[in-house]
Ligand binder design. Structure first.
Ligand code: NAD
Length: 253
């Protein structure tokens, strides 16, 4: 299958009905992309709300169920999309979970559940799109990491390890795919105003906001803007990069 024209390039967004994923889907569609939001079939109510939220986009944004922790299911998804809708030009991995607890209380289930979604999920989707992207000489992959992968966070040995791993993975794949027109980058959000952060106890949330130089939580739109930038057709010279979007919460060079 040949790559679509730039006006109608096809994007797959995992975690596509989540707080950040939904915004990414809409902003990519605004940029002229056709978008497939991928998320768990079990999230019935949220899927319905998502469909209403994106109704104005018509067939430019569709939903496809898939558990990204399931390698075979990811293969089936990409095969289904490429046979019935079109070649995948853009992949955004935004599916993610937290299983916070200090290491002394963390059981193997907390560790493995998180790794299977946040790190294996990135492998499972990238593995199934990379062949097609490199053979068509065009691809844009953006993997969502986190500021907590850069700094480490109390209670998040699992999450911090997975998110640091996401960037290592992105750099390695960026090298493998660079000559074939495929870029692979990471976006590392700081703390955003989403259900994931709403679950953090109020007093800890206030302390976090006090420590953000910009003085507010990030908005999903702040993250989506970075994803649209990195997935643009002419963003061909940025690869293996991590773009932090954190309001100055963590600065590095
Ligand atoms: N919200 C933040 O402050 C923040 C900060 C840094 C990084 N991030 C990262 O950004 C990404 C999006 O976060 P969010 O705030 O939108 O979270 P969210 O919980 O709103 O969305 C995550 C989505 O992933 C989906 N998901 C979970 N397991 C899945 C699976 N096995 N298969 C398919 N989909 C699955 C969920 O159903 C959900 O819709 C995540 O990777 C997260 O780790 C978020």
């Amino acid at each position: 299958m040949t790559s679509s024209t730039s006006a109608s390039r096809l994007a797959v967004v995992t975690g596509g009905i989540g707080g950040i994923g939904t915004e990414i889907c809409m902003r990519l569609a605004d940029a002229g992309r056709r978008v497939i939001a991928v998320d768990l079939a079990t999230r019935g109510e949220r899927i319905e709300a998502f469909r209403e939220q994106v109704a104005a986009y018509g067939s430019a944004i569709r939903f496809e169920p898939c558990d990204v922790s399931d390698f075979k299911a990811c293969g089936g998804l990409i095969d289904h999309v490429e046979r019935n809708i079109g070649a995948v030009d853009i992949l955004v991995n935004a599916a993610g979970i937290t299983r916070d607890t200090s290491l002394r209380k963390m059981d193997p289930q907390h560790w493995h559940d998180l790794m299977r979604v946040n790190l294996d999920g990135v492998f499972n989707t990238c593995r199934h799109v990379i062949e097609g992207m490199t053979s068509r000489h065009f691809g844009r992959i953006v993997n969502l990491s986190s500021v907590n992968g850069q700094t480490g966070q109390f209670g998040q040995t699992n999450y911090s390890a997975a998110k640091a791993g996401v960037h290592g993975f992105s750099m390695a794949l960026a090298r493998e795919a660079a000559r074939k027109g495929v870029t692979v980058n990471t976006v590392s959000p700081g703390y955003c105003d989403t259900p994931m952060v709403a679950a953090v106890p109020q007093e800890i949330r206030q302390q976090i906001i006090a420590d953000i130089p910009v003085g507010r939580l990030g908005m999903p739109a702040d993250i989506a803007r970075a994803v649209v930038f990195l997935t643009a057709d002419d963003a061909s010279y940025i690869t293996g990069a991590n773009l932090p979007v954190n309001g100055g919460y963590f600065m590095s060079f």
